[in-house]
Design a protein. Structure first.
Length: 230
């Protein structure tokens, strides 16, 4: 009889202890705080460890990859996006940047800008800047220089220098006032001007731009002719 009582008491105490332990464990688990995941992108390992340590989270390096946007030795990706809520004690996995992938540059000089863009795209290069300059010996829209040069190794970004064509030739607009239309056409043609004629007749009675205005080759000069005499 005493043995049965001892067994009963043992199981009773065991059941009570189990219930209390389960309750305490449940309380601990449910009392864990929700933590807003910080943004680790662009941070160094030292900075990330400091941030996560303060939030009672842990850091794990998952790997490395090339990146032209993130400095070498800094975090470029994290497995749990910033702003998400997680329980404290969780681990954030990150991918570290190895910096840009350096490669031999393709020679884009002598190509048109469109062809250079197509070539760069096929080489997975990014043209981030195009600088246009005048060049008498190079046709318009042709690449005359690049950075990095073909002799250098660089990342994914390139700068191109593209010709705007010949330097503009400027001079003072001729005085067509009172001149006949044939004379005006010959002078305009010799200077590389485009003559826009309005009206009929033999004499120029107005012009735009005005005489002695600064103009350049290829500009349009509007002239108005007097009404033809009957």
């Amino acid at each position: 009889m005493k043995a049965l009582i001892r067994i009963f008491v043992f199981f009773f105490i065991f059941s009570v202890v189990t219930v209390i332990t389960g309750y305490i464990t449940f309380g601990i688990l449910t009392s864990s705080k929700n933590i807003v995941v910080p943004d680790l992108k662009g941070k160094s390992l030292l900075e990330a460890n400091s941030i996560l340590g303060g939030a009672k989270l842990y850091l794990k390096i998952e790997g490395e990859d090339y990146s032209s946007d993130t400095t070498s030795g800094h975090i470029m990706k994290q497995n749990i996006p910033a702003g998400n809520k997680i329980k404290e004690g969780r681990t954030i996995s990150v991918v570290m940047s190895k910096g840009p992938r350096f490669q031999s540059m393709s020679d884009l000089r002598g190509l048109t800008l469109q062809k250079a863009q197509e070539e760069a795209s096929s080489m997975r290069l990014k043209i981030t800047k195009v600088i246009e300059i005048n060049a008498d010996s190079v046709e318009k829209n042709v690449v005359i220089g690049q950075k990095p040069s073909p002799e250098e190794k660089g990342g994914n970004d390139m700068t191109l220098i593209v010709s705007k064509g010949k330097f503009p030739v400027t001079y003072y607009c001729p005085d067509f006032m009172g001149k006949d239309s044939g004379y005006a056409e010959k002078i305009a043609e010799s200077l590389g001007l485009v003559l826009n004629v309005v009206g009929t007749g033999g004499k120029v009675i107005s012009q735009s731009p005005l005489p002695d205005s600064l103009i350049k080759k290829g500009d349009i000069v509007n002239i108005k002719l007097s009404v033809a005499e009957e």
